[in-house]
Design a protein around this ligand. Structure first.
Ligand code: CAA
Length: 247
């Protein structure tokens, strides 16, 4: 039995990459997890089965969280299954990397909608329940790119920086409640997204990381558990897990 036993979490984009590691780490602490996915039905169902086989509780919920009504549905399904909501992890994100001169309005809007507008949607839908929780937690998975910028990533950087501003402002507004709001800013983590970067670009990135390696997904997931478990006095912060790439 851990102190998180029986808490309920939503992890958006929770079936792949960093999201899947967060889902697994929370479940291993006894948290009941709603694994949100948009199109990755198979991987969502696989992770839910894995958690159940290990004695945990999880459900898979399809929702494109860039739409308000679907984000609301995600929260409602979670409450219908588990009766409460304590933890919201806004992890869903995509890239559409293009140099700015080639970036169409559609590439701009899609990345802002999925990565940032989604945070507004899920938080709006979940806030009433989080405030009711004994210790509500909102954790926004931002990125080093929102802090340092990235070539070909004006859309992604704007969305990720937006998440940080959102985090600080909401933390101020909720400081009088039991809800804390924080961001985690991962550096380059070994995921499909990072492994899709052209190889020569990837080699240049590793060469610049003081720790000389990409991060692992569970190194981010353990940051989430830390903020959830021991974070009562931590709010409005950015937890940088990046091998020293941005200080
Ligand atoms: N720094 C400086 N110059 C760069 C560059 C860089 N990182 N990348 C490309 N260029 C230069 C090229 O050398 C080329 O120069 P010349 O014209 O002088 O030859 C020029 O920019 C090419 O510009 P284009 O507009 O033609 O760009 P492109 O279509 O070739 O592709 C790109 C640009 C899509 C950004 C490509 O470089 C790329 O995919 N880069 C990787 C982007 C990246 O690192 N994304 C991170 C994804 S992971 C992530 O985001 C997770 C997280 O949170 C950390």
């Amino acid at each position: 039995m851990t102190e998180l036993q029986g808490k309920v979490a939503i992890v958006t984009g929770g079936s792949k990459g960093i999201g899947a590691a967060i889902t697994r780490e929370l479940a291993s602490q006894g948290v009941k997890v709603a694994v949100n996915y948009n199109s990755s039905k198979e991987s969502a169902e696989a992770i839910v089965n894995e958690i159940r086989e290990n004695g945990g509780s999880a459900i898979a919920v399809q929702a494109d969280v860039s739409y308000a009504d679907q984000a609301k549905h995600l929260v409602e399904e979670t409450k219908a299954a588990f009766g409460q909501l304590d933890i919201l992890v806004n992890n869903a994100g995509i890239t559409r990397d293009r140099s700015f001169k080639k970036l169409g309005e559609e590439d701009w809007k899609k990345v802002i909608d999925v990565n940032l507008h989604s945070v507004y949607n899920t938080t709006s839908a979940a806030l009433g329940d989080l405030v009711e929780a004994e210790a509500g937690r909102i954790i926004n998975i931002s990125s080093i790119i929102g802090q340092a910028g990235g070539f070909g990533q004006t859309n992604y950087a704007a969305a990720k920086a937006g998440m940080v501003g959102f985090t600080k402002s909401l933390a101020l507004e909720l400081a009088k409640t039991n809800v804390t709001v924080n961001a985690i800013c991962p550096g380059f983590i070994e995921t499909e997204m990072v492994m899709a970067i052209p190889e020569e670009v990837r080699a240049n990135i590793v060469a610049k990381i003081p720790k000389r390696r990409f991060g692992q997904v569970n190194e981010i997931a353990r940051g989430v558990v830390y903020l959830v478990k021991d974070g009562a006095y931590i709010t409005g912060q950015q937890l940088n897990i990046n091998g020293g790439l941005y200080m």
